[in-house]
Design a protein around this ligand. Structure first.
Ligand code: PAN
Ligand code: ZN
Length: 181
């Protein structure tokens, strides 16, 4: 038997069933940005990023893989670039791949000892995120930043630790250029 693929990946879009779309607005990113005054003054309904995920097996299935495309819009809150919430995986040893399709960005990673480093994202860049490593992406360019992701279906997302403790370094826009401080 020959089957049509259920999902099509065209450039940077994902279409078909079951593709889940998740939209994150500024109001979903409370306690993420440093400049609380700038955050409060911003439009809470502003869309910061969208994630299209293909979840072919149930969340929590051991041995399966999920696939996602994230589209992160350009913008800043105070001195910080628009960025994803960032997370550790709930099953901490679960690794992940990110790869950049369009735009310019920075992948921030932080290990369990709170050492933080960054990798530059540009079209074609491939990023291996080891287990036990929190990950967050910032859009440092003037256009949309689109990247793919592939992660184990039982990884889960621990956002609470990042909301509470943040990353140990922040990526700031200093004279329009990204600086990890
Ligand atoms: C990605 C992320 C996606 C959005 O698919 O979930 O880029 O970022 P946040 O989940 O931090 O809001 C991934 O890392 N999955 O594990
Ligand atoms: Zn992840």
């Amino acid at each position: 038997m020959i089957h049509q693929p259920p999902v099509h990946f065209l450039g940077k879009t994902l279409t078909g069933q079951p593709v889940q779309k998740q939209v994150r607005k500024l109001k979903d990113l409370d306690n993420i940005f440093l400049d609380q005054a700038a955050f409060s003054a911003a439009d809470m309904n502003r869309v910061v990023y969208e994630v299209f995920s293909y979840l072919p097996v149930d969340e929590g299935t051991e041995g399966g893989l999920f696939f996602g495309m994230t589209h992160l819009y350009p913008g800043t809150v105070g001195q910080e670039f628009y960025m994803t919430k960032g997370h550790f995986h709930t099953i901490e040893n679960r690794a992940e791949y990110y790869w950049c399709v369009e735009g310019e960005g920075m992948l921030l990673m932080m290990d369990k000892h709170r050492n933080t480093w960054a990798e530059q994202m540009q079209p074609g860049s491939l990023h291996y995120i080891d287990g036990y490593t929190a990950h967050r992406v910032a859009n440092t360019g003037g256009g949309i930043l689109s990247f793919g992701a592939c992660w184990p279906s039982d990884a889960g997302h621990d956002y609470a630790t990042i909301v509470k403790n943040g990353f140990s370094r922040r990526l700031l826009s200093v004279e329009g250029k990204p600086a990890l401080v």
